[in-house]
Design a protein around this ligand. Structure first.
Ligand code: PA5
Length: 398
């Protein structure tokens, strides 16, 4: 990964403010260590657990047409982002298709989901750390009912995998009672930080993506990128102090659109609290240059952009160039134009893109979000706003 935090940014950064943030490095590291939700920092999963995930996913891939993941927020976005990044655009996955449910309360979505799995060889992975999330309970009940129309309880047992807390919650009790295959989300890892736990790894593995190399990238990233993550966190906080309160995550590859969604959850939930925080948004260019690009170029000066681009891609010759080179030149031209229109950009270039780099990239952003939240003086690991909406809905729905 190559980080360009200066070419399109430098003139917007107040050096004094930046240095003040930068000087807090030691205390930020100390503060980070003081939180108990930091199980994701060091290798977050044992070799035995990884082997179990690989065994279960190989078994699923032998027979299942569909692997239905029921999870929301951090129990869904990480795996969805990785799977989408490595899936073909127009072909269906060869064997087991990974699909997602429990991500809304749309009756139309649920009806179509139930119809879709009706005649398929389906395995369901219900993922909820708390085991109490409404969307998941509702979807799971409906899917279970659908399965009961075709299978005996003994057969259903072979088709349900539970990923939840080790001891607590409704789902854990159910898994233990019924003897479902189950995985654990460690108590010291919050939802949006859980992609390197079974919550993310099982769906990723079922999609045929190499989780060993993914974890290799993830586990090596602390030493490799800790300094860059801190610099990025300082830049974000400096810009925020200068009233740049919106960060637009940009990619020039549509396959990273769910990675953008994952970033929005990571930064939005980690920082948006106590009446503070940078609002994350996202665009896929060049598509959105023809829509939101107008605002990025010359709207209110509240924005900055963080661009992720891939250096290596398909070679398609076009006139005297190739399409990927053109995409690259466009990204530079856009950053220049946006800078001239008063929107600065950070640019992260991946010279090579595979599951290992994906592990690195994810870790880089997790660490950046933790540093950035601490610099902002919020707790990056809680989500009181999410809990607030959950309890209000519970009150009204019963
Ligand atoms: O990051 C978080 O903690 C949240 O987004 C949760 O992942 C989300 O609310 C789902 O919670 P649970 O896994 O308990 O169903």
């Amino acid at each position: 990964m190559n980080f360009d935090f200066s070419t399109y940014m430098e003139s917007f950064i107040d050096r004094k403010t930046y240095e003040e943030f930068f000087s807090k490095k030691e205390s930020v590291l100390e503060k980070l260590k003081s939180y108990d939700m930091t199980g994701w920092i060091e290798n977050s999963i044992s070799k035995e657990e990884v082997n179990k995930i690989k065994e279960v996913s190989a078994k699923v891939r032998e027979h299942a047409d569909v692997f239905l993941v029921l999870g929301i927020g951090g129990s869904y976005l990480g795996s969805k982002a990785v799977i989408e990044a490595f899936s073909p655009y127009f072909k269906k996955m060869k064997k087991t298709e990974v699909i997602f449910g429990g991500i809304n309360m749309s009756s139309e979505y649920l009806k179509q989901l139930l119809d879709y799995i009706e005649d398929k060889d389906v395995v369901v992975n219900v993922i909820s750390k708390s085991g109490t999330t409404m969307e998941i309970s509702v979807a799971f009940d409906l899917v279970y009912k659908k399965l009961s129309e075709r299978f005996s309880e003994e057969e259903i047992k072979e088709r349900i995998i539970v990923t939840t807390d080790k001891e607590e919650g409704k789902l854990r009790k159910l898994a233990d009672l019924k003897g479902y295959t189950s995985f654990e989300i460690p108590r010291n890892i919050g939802g949006r930080f859980s992609v390197s736990t079974p919550a993310g790894l099982l769906p990723i593995s079922v999609a045929g993506i190499n989780i060993d190399t993914f974890l290799e990238g993830y586990n090596n990233a602390l030493l490799k990128y800790i300094d860059k993550a801190f610099v990025y966190a300082c830049i974000r906080n400096t810009l925020y102090k200068e009233n740049r309160c919106v960060e637009n995550f940009v990619s020039y590859e549509p396959k990273l659109s769910y990675f953008n969604e994952w970033l929005k959850q990571l930064f939005g939930e980690s920082e948006g609290k106590d009446n503070k925080g940078i609002l994350p948004t996202s665009t896929i260019y060049t598509r959105d240059l023809h829509s939101l690009g107008q605002y990025m170029q010359s709207g209110k000066e509240i924005l900055f952009e963080t661009v992720i681009r891939l250096e290596e891609s398909e070679i398609i010759n076009y006139q005297n160039s190739d399409i990927n080179k053109m995409n690259f030149i466009i990204s530079e031209s856009v950053a220049t134009a946006h800078r001239e229109g008063h929107t600065p950009s950070n640019i992260i270039t991946l010279s090579h893109f595979d599951s290992k780099t994906m592990g690195e990239l994810i870790y880089f952003f997790l660490l950046s979000a933790a540093f950035s939240g601490i610099l902002l003086e919020v707790n990056p690991f809680d989500q009181p706003g999410v809990e607030a909406y959950k309890s209000e809905v519970k009150k009204n729905l019963g």
